[in-house]
Design a protein around this ligand. Structure first.
Ligand code: FES
Ligand SMILES: [Fe+2]
Length: 438
């Protein structure tokens, strides 16, 4: 349980808010590159409670500027994409990708007023299927050398989905390894050969045990969370009762991402990006250490569950998440189908828009959540006291050395689970077609 005041501090994201100022010091996913593929590359972006418009100008460069025209506030999303910028349809004021007003065609000839008109504008870059924005002060930081950024674009597939709740509860589900044994329990195991592109359908480590069976049969993991350069390394151990230990390593990447294994071939690095205080997008980067990702199949699978253009899931509160009591008895723990994203979505949305943490009771298995909140509180204090150098991945740390992170499932035959996890990781990296060495 925490106080209302602390809950507000950890969850609110607007400009000047505690957590919002921490998040602004890191690159944020603003849109999928896919969203700008149409004939008119202009999309609305609401990020950290700010309304913006993202566009690609005639030079092919990106601009992210304020959604409301600095003249009298009309919506720039309806702007005319012309003359290498975006022109407001109301009185024709024209803005370049840096948000500078370069022309006011209705003002008297020779007027230089436009020189003083500057819309909000944030730096943006494209990386492996996602367009990233930096909304903080000063020069943007470098990107860490995470696998999802180092892998070539052929080996990374990016997708997103809308969740109707605060970003923190969305992120906290990803640093809670205990829930997988319950929320995502399948009462029957699928053939792992049918598992491509799906979470928890592969076999565990190098065994023939389906992950679904392992999670179901061993529901009491021993969980530890240790600080790492990228945030937290979270280890969940399941004693299989025959001398073997199942080791699952997942991560928190500060401030709002997680990195988890999806299958032996792929990991998922997932950002939980605040749209505002009460809604968020998850952005996932599926990174393959083996074959190039089959993006067509991955996209088709996910578009069956989402509608465009807002990537809202087809199942949700409005249709009870597809809940079927018969299915709950026979097939799945939730009765909400086989798509684990729907399970997570129900878990986090059903808490309410912002989880009331004054009423929660954290247990031993919530250690990842406890440690993360401690880091976020320390980061909030650092920003308030002007000590940005004390933030995770700041302070002169060479981000080219923030690798990985290690994120896998393995089986230790002899109790030496640290070695088993490390060997499995090195084996995967050694056999990888792109340079995944650490
Ligand atoms: S409101 Fe945009 S030009 Fe007048
Ligand atoms: Fe989950």
């Amino acid at each position: 349980m925490i106080s209302q005041e602390l809950n507000d501090s950890l969850t609110r994201v607007g400009k000047g808010s505690d957590a919002g100022e921490v998040l602004r010091r890191y690159w944020q996913p603003a849109a999928l590159v896919d969203e700008l593929e149409g004939v008119r590359p202009v999309v609305p972006v609401r990020l950290l409670g700010e309304d913006l418009v993202l566009f690609r100008d005639s030079e092919g460069e990106l601009g992210l500027i304020g959604r409301h025209c600095p003249h009298r506030g009309a919506d720039m999303c309806f702007g005319r994409l012309e003359d290498n910028g975006l022109r407001c349809p109301f009185h024709g004021w024209h803005f370049n990708r840096a948000g500078q007003c370069v022309e006011q065609p209705g003002e008297p000839a020779g007027s230089r007023m436009h020189e003083k008109i500057q819309s909000t504008a944030y730096p943006v870059v494209e990386k492996n299927g996602i367009i990233w924005a930096y909304m903080g002060p000063g020069t943007p930081p470098d990107f860490p050398a995470l696998d999802c950024f180092r892998a070539p674009s052929s080996h990374v597939f990016a997708f997103k989905g809308l969740w109707d709740c605060n970003w923190l509860q969305a992120m906290e589900v990803g640093i809670d390894p205990a829930h997988a044994s319950f929320l995502h329990r399948f009462l029957q195991d699928e053939d792992p050969a049918e598992a491509y592109g799906k979470q928890f359908r592969d076999t565990a480590g190098n065994t023939e045990i389906p992950m679904t069976k392992l999670l179901r049969d061993f529901p009491r993991p021993e969980i530890t969370a240790e600080e790492a350069d990228h945030g937290l390394k979270i280890t969940a151990l399941r004693d299989l009762g025959d001398g073997r230990t199942h080791v699952r390593i997942t991560n928190q990447i500060f401030p709002e991402a997680i990195c988890i294994p999806m299958s032996r071939e792929m990991t998922i690095t997932q950002w939980h990006v605040p749209i505002d205080d009460k809604s968020c997008y998850w952005y996932s980067m599926f990174t393959s250490f083996d074959q190039p990702v089959n993006k067509t199949l991955m996209r088709e699978q996910r578009l069956k569950e989402h509608r465009l253009p807002d990537y809202a899931p087809l199942k949700g509160r409005h249709n009870n998440y597809g809940f079927d009591p018969e299915e709950q008895q026979r097939e799945t723990y939730t009765g909400m189908g086989l798509d684990i994203n729907v399970h997570d979505q129900w878990a986090v949305e059903s808490m309410g828009a912002i989880q009331d943490r004054t009423q929660e009771h954290l247990g031993k298995t919530d250690v990842g959540i406890i440690r993360y909140r401690r880091q976020l509180r320390a980061a909030i204090a650092a920003v308030k006291e002007g000590r940005d150098e004390d933030l995770p991945m700041y302070g002169g740390l060479d981000l080219a050395t923030v690798f990985g992170p290690v994120s896998n499932d393995s089986i230790a035959q002899d109790g030496d689970w640290e070695r088993a996890a490390q060997e499995a990781d090195l084996q995967r990296r050694g056999a990888c077609s792109w340079d995944a060495k650490v």
